[in-house]
Ligand binder design. Structure first.
Ligand code: TEU
Ligand code: CA
Length: 564
């Protein structure tokens, strides 16, 4: 009984993860593209921030149709990023500083330039044919009505053999056929290769999509992503992940997180359930679904605070004791946190600090995306030509060029939500190209780099960087921040998010943490919940210290108290 109640302590629950998007992190040789030697240069910086684990977006060989998420060789480094020697040196540098490295595992699909696909498309009886999902045309058209995450049909016709292949993402990202056992073996061998080199785990790209419903039935909807009910959390997905766990994961002390497009809480409890032997945790999308139309990621809507709180609360409460949470505000696929959930003007620093106070005081493993630690914002994109992302250009072609939609309206939506917002180069200092590169950067630098950059943040004791550093330290010193049981207060309050965390462990005094967050750009009246002990001590916050009592909070104020 006792055992069931207590959350087992592991390093990956206590870790704070930092995500690097290598293309945009640091360019060491002036070609305008970030690279592994650039990462090596900045390892001391990451150590200073205090993070434990680095998750690197893909650095494998790739033609970069989707910036590395289209892999043409799983066992080689992308030409632009460096060599295998550079990789080994980087890994060694990470380990010698006491940090760990998570690789991005992209095995729902490969690049169409991967040798497997080159073979596969060459003839119907090629031994690699069945590595991918090929189907005959139906009535001279696509085999079913599924659409791609990146606009248009999820099928591409191939002249050579007169069949279509499935691609849930771009047509240069053909889906692997997970029904084929040989494909699964290949994937497991490749995972062992990277673990053998010393990598410490995987972030698994769209891991909820590997299993497609046999027969590939037509999807039910007529708009948005059609067909997803036949491959999100598909029929054999848990079987595949358990097999992967048995064959590979269980033999190493590593960390795994599955990116689960379309995951529900019930499904997450299966993927990351304590005794399920699948993965350690998942990334969920409920919070990202809030601020747009269900069927159109570009259609923006305002989010009342209780809706946002409900998502976080539900995940905290329902995973408690059953599965471990992951916590993130953004990544390379999302707008910048402060532009989306905070205020990137007058209250940029305050709101960014408040938002990350939340992330570091909930149960789960927190992920910080590069640049968030200095409060980088969404960028400026004048016209469609300023964007790089394949998702944007496909969508533009479908809706504006062919669909004759109003270009200005779509541009406006894209300026806010484009993935490129998170992908603009890191702002290291106020010199040319923000100190990212001596050459022309592959994607336009955010024009605000003269004010927002690492050099400025390191020099300013009140910077987001220094607050983030304090938050990370606070988490390490207070197990209640990691393991405490969550309870929310005053759910209907439209400005404030209030919750406590309680940790009762055998042989130890109970500890309680109270968290007070003002999500609005107005002052807010805080009424202390009756159950909260006013004698609790101020632990950390983004304004001046104040006792735990009824009072007026500043815009975006965050205050955390500890009772022990
Ligand atoms: O993302 C998959 C995913 O479901 C989304 O975040 C997706 O990018 C978004 O909905 C598009 O509108 C992963 C990677 O994180 C992303 O960068 C890749 O493009 C994608 O898989 C394909 O590998
Ligand atoms: Ca470079």
């Amino acid at each position: 009984m006792e055992d069931e109640k207590m959350e087992e302590h592991t390093w990956w629950k206590e870790a704070v993860v930092y995500q690097i998007y290598p293309r945009s992190f640091k360019d060491s040789n002036g070609d305008g593209i970030g690279d592994l030697r650039g990462v090596i240069e900045k390892l001391d910086y990451l150590k200073e921030l205090g993070v434990d684990v680095i998750w690197m977006s893909p650095c494998y060989k790739s033609p970069n149709d989707d910036n590395g998420y289209d892999i043409s060789d799983y066992r080689a480094i992308m030409d632009e990023f460096g060599t295998m020697e550079d990789f080994r040196e980087m890994l060694e540098g990470i380990h010698s500083r006491g940090m760990k490295l998570l690789m991005d595992l992209v095995v729902n699909h490969t690049s169409d330039e991967h040798q497997w696909f080159v073979e596969s498309r060459s003839s119907k009886d090629n031994p690699y044919r069945d590595y991918y999902i090929w189907r005959d045309p139906k009535d001279g058209k696509e085999p079913n009505n599924w659409t791609s995450y990146f606009s248009g049909p999820a099928w591409q016709y191939d002249e050579k053999t007169g069949q279509y292949y499935l691609h849930l993402f771009s047509k240069k990202q053909p889906d692997l056929n997970w029904e084929n056992e040989t494909v699964r073996r290949e994937v497991y061998d490749m995972m062992k290769f990277w673990l053998g080199i010393g990598c410490d785990g995987f972030r698994m790209d769209v891991a909820s999509l590997y299993s497609k419903t046999p027969g590939l039935p037509d999807g039910k909807g007529t708009t948005g992503l059609i067909g997803h009910e036949y491959y999100q959390n598909g029929p054999r997905i848990h079987e595949f992940l358990r097999e992967m766990n048995r064959e590979v994961l269980s033999h190493y002390d590593i960390m795994t997180v599955g990116e689960m497009s379309g995951v529900t809480i019930d499904e997450a409890i299966k993927y990351a359930g304590k005794k399920r032997r699948e993965l350690n945790m998942v990334f969920q999308f409920d919070q990202d679904a809030l601020d747009h139309d269900p069927d159109d990621k570009w259609g923006r809507r305002a989010v009342p605070l209780p809706e946002l709180k409900k998502v976080f609360s539900d995940w905290q409460i329902r995973l408690e004791g059953k599965a471990w949470n992951s916590l993130y505000w953004t990544n390379h696929d999302q707008p910048r946190t402060v532009s989306r959930w905070g205020n990137d003007g007058r209250y940029r620093k305050e709101s960014q600090k408040m938002l990350y106070t939340m992330l570091m005081t909930l149960q789960g493993t927190p992920y910080i995306y590069q640049g968030e630690e200095i409060g980088m914002t969404n960028s400026v994109f004048d016209g469609i030509e300023d964007f790089d992302d394949v998702e944007i250009h496909n969508c533009w072609k479908e809706r504006v060029v062919e669909g004759h939609e109003d270009p200005e309206a779509l541009l406006k939506a894209m300026r806010f939500r484009a993935r490129d917002n998170a992908r603009t180069p890191m702002q290291w200092d106020d010199s040319d190209n923000a100190g990212f590169s001596t050459g022309k950067p592959w994607l336009k630098i955010n024009p605000n780099y003269k004010e927002i950059n690492v050099k400025e943040a390191l020099a300013d004791p009140e910077s987001v960087f220094h607050y983030m550093q304090k938050l990370i330290r606070m988490r390490k010193e207070n197990p209640v921040a990691v393991y405490g049981v969550y309870k929310e207060y005053q759910h209907d309050n439209e400005q404030l998010f209030l919750y406590e965390r309680v940790l009762e462990e055998e042989g130890q005094k109970a500890r309680t943490m109270y968290v007070v967050l003002n999500f609005s750009d107005h002052e807010a009246e805080f009424e202390k919940p009756e159950e909260w002990d006013g004698a609790a001590k101020y632990l950390i916050g983004n304004m001046s210290e104040a006792p735990l009592e009824n009072r007026t909070l500043q815009p975006y104020e965050a205050a955390v108290y500890l009772k022990s």
